[in-house]
Design a binder for this molecule. Structure first.
Ligand code: ZN
Length: 426
């Protein structure tokens, strides 16, 4: 209703204005040089208004034309960006799918459309790497490494390439640079730890070890690499405290204690380790200073006192008794070891040796020896060091597997059987 009233009011004003203009008296003369135009005042007023409107329309049109160029450029830029974003998506999909040609094509397209941004450079490098063109990838990684905003991406790519070609010195240098531009990155910490394990830099590996790392193995290795006897002893003690049944740590700690003149403490450490997880090397080190055979039997009996029923304890006493000529004792311990579940080759070989020593002159003894040898041939293999990750056998304990380079994976036991659970001391 109000609108209708407004329209009526406006119409009335327009009609009044028209009447007023039509009623204007007189004439208007416009003279330009020799040209002279004369017309009635109402006509001149209408023409004047028409000229003002025409000029306003013309001005608007000129402004519109002047703004058309930038708008057109913005529109083109927008289209280019949209096409570039699509190429980035296609390149990511091709990389994830392992499509070498597609990844390179789309990465190149994204780079052409969006320019050399960190994203497009990284895509191009990864596409090159996927296609097996390491030199091309390395060139682009270096471009990234030179940028302030994406140096870590470039260094990470170069580090992975150095690891792949086993260039440890280069990898270590790149890791230091990456740490400087992006300190505390979780991936880098893990990568540096793996690198330290790979090159046998045990102090470095230990300094980078986080929760869940094989602390006893890394600390024992660091102790072995430590030139300062005091620091080596401290590290060996730490390794043994981390797992007091871990034979390499107990052996390292006991050896250093012995060197330091602390024989009694060394014996305590070896005895405690034997109690937690008997290992032949522990007894060998404990008895190393005793040469008399009977004295060795006596000392070993005391040594295994905390764990007397373990088959390994009986096997140790059987060996020492046999060496001392105590064949009755040796037989008793071998039977106890066998009753305890030990049925490995070494037990039957020792039994054959016992039969030869004890009853070798009799037919019954020779028959028993043949039977023991027959059983040894079909018995379970003796325990040894092997990798619980890849299963590879190792001639001796190593901080990391020589085959798969997993730290702390070399464990003592029968191949194919699960290792004993780790005993973590408080
Ligand atoms: Zn392995």
């Amino acid at each position: 209703m109000r609108r209708i009233l407004w329209i009526i009011a406006a119409g009335a004003i327009a009609v009044a204005l028209g009447w007023w203009v039509a009623a204007l008296p007189g004439r208007v003369t416009l003279a330009v040089g020799s040209l002279s135009i004369e017309t009635a005042t109402p006509v001149a007023a209408v023409l004047g208004a028409a000229v003002v409107v025409a000029l306003a329309v013309l001005l608007r049109l000129l402004l519109l034309l002047a703004g058309l160029g930038p708008r057109l450029r913005r529109w083109r830029l927008h289209r280019r960006r949209a096409a570039g974003d699509t190429a980035v998506t296609h390149a990511l999909v091709a990389l994830a799918a392992g499509e070498q040609t597609g990844a390179r094509r789309e990465a190149g397209r994204a780079r052409h459309l969006l320019g050399d941004t960190p994203q497009t450079l990284l895509l191009a490098a990864e596409a090159g790497r996927l296609a097996g063109s390491d030199a091309e990838a390395a060139g682009i990684y270096r471009q990234l490494a030179a940028r302030d905003d994406a140096a870590f991406l470039g260094l990470r790519g170069l580090f992975r390439q150095a690891i792949a070609r086993e260039d440890w010195a280069e990898a270590a240098q790149l890791a230091r640079k990456a740490e400087a531009v992006h300190p505390g990155a979780a991936w880098l910490r893990e990568a540096r730890l793996n690198l330290a394990v790979r090159i046998g830099d045990w102090p470095q590996a230990l300094s980078l070890a986080g929760p869940g790392a094989p602390l006893a193995a890394l600390t024992a290795a660091a102790a072995a690499a430590e030139p300062d006897p005091g620091e080596a002893l401290r590290l060996a003690r730490r390794a043994w405290k981390a797992d007091n049944g871990f034979a390499p740590a107990a052996l390292a700690y006991a050896r250093l204690l012995r060197q330091d003149g602390k024989e009694s403490r060394a014996q305590d450490v070896l005895r405690t380790a034997w109690q937690a997880a008997p290992h032949p090397d522990l007894a060998a080190l404990a008895l190393a200073g005793t040469t008399d055979r009977l004295a060795r039997v006596k000392q070993a009996t005391a040594f295994v006192q905390a764990n007397p029923d373990d088959p390994e304890s009986h096997l140790l006493l059987a060996r020492l008794s046999l060496d001392a000529g105590l064949t009755g004792e040796a037989r008793r311990h071998l039977e106890r070891a066998r009753a305890g579940g030990l049925a490995q080759r070494r037990l039957f070989l020792m039994l054959a040796e016992l039969e030869e020593t004890d009853r070798g002159g009799t037919e019954a003894g020779r028959a028993a020896q043949r039977e023991a040898l027959r059983q040894a041939a079909g018995a379970a293999p003796d325990p040894g060091w092997h990798c619980r990750h890849c299963g590879a056998s190792q001639p001796a304990w190593q901080p990391a597997c020589a085959a798969c380079h997993t730290a702390g994976s070399v464990t003592w036991g029968q191949p194919g059987l699960p290792p004993r659970p780790a005993l973590i001391a408080g």
